[in-house]
Design a protein around this ligand. Structure first.
Ligand code: FRU
Length: 510
């Protein structure tokens, strides 16, 4: 929680400074083309993601007065295809109960809350009210859960007069409610982050909450505070398993923020994991606070915040700061005796592909193979997929005329995919930024496939059908315009497919 105070103090002094200092120069070259980011100012966690009447709603932690973290609002964007996003007016503003921290939204189709009127279905947002005055005063009860509802399909929101609906029992970190209807309990189940535990609550009407159980003692990673949980079922070979996502900061697998998960069962009261192994939804440093969309049926679509609290307030973009990851479809896969979560870019992204160049039976060796012309490599927004029957050490190297390079590849000895941004551009904005980050290869077979999505300043790596994923930011001083392949022991790529991707999102000036 110290972090919040520090961030607030830091943003206040930055704001005071901003009044005299001119705004930093705009960085249109860093603007993502197909990852959502508000046109200007600060964003962090995705919130309240819910699908309703053909529209995907994405709310998010937003500070509309500066490009650093500050008093939190819920920004709002909508999409009908998960690819093009339209920024909407701010949905929730801070009030006398505090800032609007992270949370979720549900479609209350049976009007259990009683918020529905004249046959209109209420969308109900369940969020944390964070009271900065209580925090400053040193109380432990400054985070409480509250409600807001919309009767016009998410356009406008009314806060419930009886807020907060779930009061803090004296736990300093008590936040980020994720609510969904549970068919077994026949109740709403809230999954709440409580210090470094998850507490489950149930309610018949979203207003009255009863504690069901706690989870997390001696299980999983505890290097920091648990935040932004999610609980949902997925089916594997006809059997339903429950997945519990638990975001953690700090203590992630590659430093700072990270998303761990547990696979197990949920009986309507209690979550029981299959075993005590710690698993990560994404090993890269830049995928945090991710949860899934509500009301999408059996399809589970995940979206994260593409940054890390280690440097999110310092990354060199202007006039916006931070973006989301790609929307990803989640599934389960068994490898040996373990069940893992896989994530793949949603199929809707295929519509962005410009003509694809496919190279077959490409033989790589220790002598770097320049692919720039063969792939007609241009631009900094593309997807690349390679498959091989025999995975060996290799590196795909993106480079620019300033001598900077981003290396992405596989290290057979360590059985790890890697992304190395240590020479990918200036990193003086944070000592924690530069580095080489690894993602364990979980697949057991020699045959491998790897998909990369690059969007100006980010790369998302999906290895072996999404079994190993890593997300990483980089900020080159010039766009990468060349690509080469290195394979010290030799390696044949059965196919390497490259496609430039269209940018459906508006530029800040549009
Ligand atoms: C996660 C988080 C949440 C909190 C929000 C505040 O990144 O710390 O726990 O609700 O950000 O902006």
């Amino acid at each position: 929680m110290k972090r919040f105070l520090l961030s607030v103090l830091c943003s206040v002094s930055l704001l005071a400074h901003a009044q005299q200092a001119p705004a930093p120069p705009a960085t249109p070259q860093y603007r993502p083309g197909y990852h959502f980011s508000p046109a200007a100012h600060w964003m962090n966690d995705p919130n309240g993601m819910v699908y309703y009447e053909g529209t995907y709603h994405l709310f998010y932690q937003y500070y509309p007065n500066a490009s650093v973290w500050g008093p939190m609002h819920w920004g709002h964007a909508t999409s009908t295809d998960l690819v093009s996003w339209k920024e909407q007016p701010i949905a929730l503003f801070p009030d006398s109960l505090g800032y609007i921290f992270s949370g979720s939204a549900v479609v209350d189709a049976r009007n259990t809350s009683g918020f529905g009127k004249d046959g209109k279905t209420p969308l109900v947002a369940i969020f944390t009210h964070h009271d900065p005055k209580g925090e400053k005063a040193g109380t432990h009860t400054f985070q409480n859960q509250s409600l807001a509802y919309s009767l016009d399909a998410g356009k406008t929101w009314t806060k419930y007069a009886g807020n907060p609906v779930l009061k803090n029992p004296g736990i300093q970190d008590f936040r980020d409610p994720k609510v969904s209807w549970n068919e077994v309990a026949k109740k709403w189940i809230m999954t709440l982050a409580t210090k470094d535990r998850i507490t489950f609550f149930s309610s018949p009407n979203l207003k009255d909450w009863t504690k069901e159980s706690e989870f997390g003692e001696k299980l999983g990673a505890h290097g920091g505070v648990w935040e932004c949980p999610d609980l949902f079922p997925l089916t594997l070979n006809g059997k339903t398993h429950w997945v519990l996502l638990v975001n953690l900061n700090p203590g992630g697998p590659n430093g700072g923020s990270g998303t761990q998960y547990f696979v197990g069962s949920f009986d309507g009261h209690q979550f029981t994991p299959l075993n005590d192994r710690t698993k990560w939804a994404d090993y890269g440093p830049d995928n945090y606070a991710g949860v899934t969309w509500g009301n999408t049926g059996a399809r589970k679509i995940f979206l994260g915040w593409m940054s890390n609290w280690e440097y999110a307030n310092q990354v060199p973009t202007s006039p916006w700061r931070n973006a989301t990851t790609l929307p990803r479809e989640l599934a389960l896969r068994q490898v040996g005796s373990e069940i893992y979560l896989t994530s793949q870019p949603v199929k809707e992204l295929a519509k962005l592909a410009q003509p694809v160049v496919v190279l077959k039976n490409l033989k790589a060796s220790a002598v770097a193979l320049d692919l720039t012309n063969r792939l007609k490599f241009t631009g900094d927004k593309f997807s690349l997929n390679l498959s091989t029957a025999q995975l060996r050490d290799f590196a795909l190297v993106l480079s620019n005329t300033a001598g900077e390079e981003l290396r992405i590849g596989y290290d057979g000895k360590a059985r790890q995919y890697f992304i190395d941004r240590s020479k990918a551009g200036p990193s003086g904005f944070s000592a924690k930024f530069a580095g080489r980050h690894t993602t364990p290869r979980l697949a057991a077979l020699p045959a491998a496939d790897l998909t990369l999505y690059v969007d100006a300043t980010s790369v998302e790596l999906f290895g072996d059908g999404g079994l190993s994923t890593g997300t990483e930011l980089f900020f080159p001083s010039k766009p990468f315009t060349a690509i080469r392949l290195e394979a010290p022991e030799g390696m044949t790529m059965q196919s390497l497919a490259y496609s430039q991707l269209a940018s459906p999102l508006p530029k800040p000036a549009d």
